[in-house]
Design a protein around this ligand. Structure first.
Ligand code: HEC
Ligand code: HEC
Length: 457
């Protein structure tokens, strides 16, 4: 979100206690497919037995026969052991009938998506302070309004599960061992109408993601901390990291990765569902990017088609906008940002810190002379490890020049001058990473916590 300072509502432990927990929505699960993601189960109710629809969804999610290759299920890219994101550090995954067709974006985690409202150009911001702006929706560009709708993208994309048609998918489900369960859930004539059967497949995948506790466990150290539970004692380093995260004058991460009370009764999702342009470097590991004329510009296309510029380069405030994703389980990721260009949290926080002060280590230089050995002061954590004499840094090289004005000016990416002092110190970034590591689900408090260490003292 642009131009408005957000207030970090949940900064102190006592306030956090009031902010913790999930939605207090419905306590019931029925066999009816859930049409919209608004009746999300809370952490407490999610352990209830799955509805029949969700049970079907569970089978579908792990069924590799639902792909043109016979080798790829949803779980191939959305691995439950990696918070339902990719189990590797590839920027994009390979799929298709031959399992050799590259994707164009990094795989997001599917955890905590059930609270996401449909995309709107003017979504109310959950922080209650920011002006309404682009927000909500599924995928990095928000082009899909519901989890059910979204599922047709991977099922039918030629470079993902590569089914020829919805009918192709329905035929595979009809032949699957769980076909009787499908009939039980959706009626004895459920395979007769292909359109209806495909819609029920989509509804079942949504129901599974909505209902199964593994998609919203709220079992991180941070969750124990906000709920004042045993084992939730944050270390001094982690608490300092939380302060950096929320401090408008240093990390300011909470401004977009909002950790307060959210929409649909949610809380501490570490996203406000908003879209910003932060203009990460182009990733040449994505084969589509070999074509110099191709730009993935998020909300303004090309994958999304309802906000396209009137003509190439025509003014359009939606170009370059990508969703600020949840940061829960972020330490399990091997590739960060929509194009997977960054591969560690260490590198990522340094990108936020030095995109503007040291653009030469993030974006390529043209026309310069490479130095045989970089100066001792030349940072080594960037994407570019060659130092140049002269030349021009191609800053924001993954966004056409016409849209550089869309870049969000908030801290820590406040466009300060090259060579200026960056917003965070090394110690603050180290603490910030310690804090981000507390957002990983499945936390078990150690019996004998270490007395000292980087993330302790
Ligand atoms: C080949 C890898 C791959 C497979 C297989 C795959 N996905 Fe995805 N998934 C992705 C990628 C990449 C994205 C981001 C797409 C984009 O932004 O356009 C994504 C996005 C999503 C999202 C949106 C998440 C968000 O943050 O808004 C959901 C939900 C989802 N996938 C569910 C599924 C389901 C259900 C299946 C099986 C039917 C599936 N995926 C199969 C790679 C995959
Ligand atoms: C102005 C809003 C904004 C601020 C402030 C901000 N982010 Fe982000 N963040 C985003 C957006 C937008 C993306 C997605 C960008 C893209 O993929 O092109 C993102 C992506 C990320 C990702 C990648 C997650 C993934 O699943 O790949 C991480 C990690 C992250 N941010 C951490 C931080 C941290 C840490 C801070 C504070 C130092 C911070 N962000 C500050 C908007 C913001």
């Amino acid at each position: 979100m642009q131009h408005f300072i957000r207030i970090a509502v949940c900064l102190l432990p006592l306030v956090l206690a009031a902010c913790g927990g999930g939605s207090s929505d419905s306590n019931t699960t029925t066999s009816a497919p859930t049409a919209t993601p608004t009746s999300a189960p809370s952490a407490a109710t999610a352990s209830a037995p799955l509805s029949l629809s969700a049970q079907v969804g569970h089978k579908l999610f792990f069924d590799a026969t639902l792909s043109g290759s016979g080798k790829m299920s949803c779980a191939t890219c959305h691995d439950p052991n990696f918070a339902y994101a990719a189990p590797n550090n590839l920027a994009v995954q390979l799929g298709g009938t031959d399992m050799l067709q590259p994707g164009t974006r990094a795989v997001p985690s599917l955890r905590y998506k059930e609270f996401t409202p449909a995309y709107a150009d003017l979504l109310d911001n959950p922080d209650g302070v920011s002006v309404p702006g682009p927000g909500g929706g599924f995928t990095w560009d928000g082009r899909s309004p519901t989890l059910a709708d979204q599922s047709s993208i991977p099922l039918l994309s030629a470079n993902e599960m590569a089914n020829a048609s919805p009918a192709d998918v329905v035929a595979k489900v009809k032949a699957a061992a769980y076909a009787p369960l499908f009939l039980q859930a959706f009626g004895s004539d459920a395979f007769n109408d292909t359109t209806k059967a495909f819609a029920n497949i989509q509804a079942a995948l949504q129901a599974y993601q909505m209902e199964d506790q593994s998609f919203h466990p709220f079992s991180s150290k941070f969750d124990l901390y906000v709920a004042n539970k045993i084992g939730g004692n944050m270390t001094a380093a982690e608490l300092r990291g939380l302060t950096v995260f929320t401090d408008a004058n240093s990390g300011n991460c909470a401004s977009c990765h909002y950790q307060g009370a959210g929409l649909n009764g949610s809380s501490a999702l570490f996203t406000d569902f908003s879209y910003e342009t932060i203009s990460v470097p182009r990733n040449m590991d994505i084969p589509a990017n070999q074509n110099a004329a191709y730009y993935d510009m998020g909300v303004c296309g090309p994958a999304r088609t309802d906000h396209l510029p009137a003509s190439p380069g025509a003014a359009n405030s939606f170009c370059g906008l990508f969703k600020a994703p949840t940061l829960r389980n972020v330490s399990l990721r091997g590739a960060f940002f929509h194009n997977g260009v960054i591969h560690s949290l260490y590198q990522l926080v340094h990108f936020y810190n030095t995109r503007d002060t040291n653009p030469e280590i993030w974006y390529p230089t043209v026309g310069g002379t490479p130095k045989a050995t970089p100066d001792a002061s030349f940072p080594t954590y960037g994407l570019i490890t060659t130092q140049y004499t002269g030349g021009t840094v191609q800053k924001f090289n993954d966004l056409p020049a016409a849209y550089v004005g869309n870049i969000d000016p908030q801290m820590p990416l406040d466009s300060r001058a090259p060579g200026a002092t960056p917003p965070m110190t090394e110690a603050q970034m180290s603490d910030l990473i310690c804090f981000l590591n507390t957002l990983t689900d499945g936390y078990q408090a150690p019996a004998n916590p270490p007395a000292h260490g980087t993330c302790v003292d």
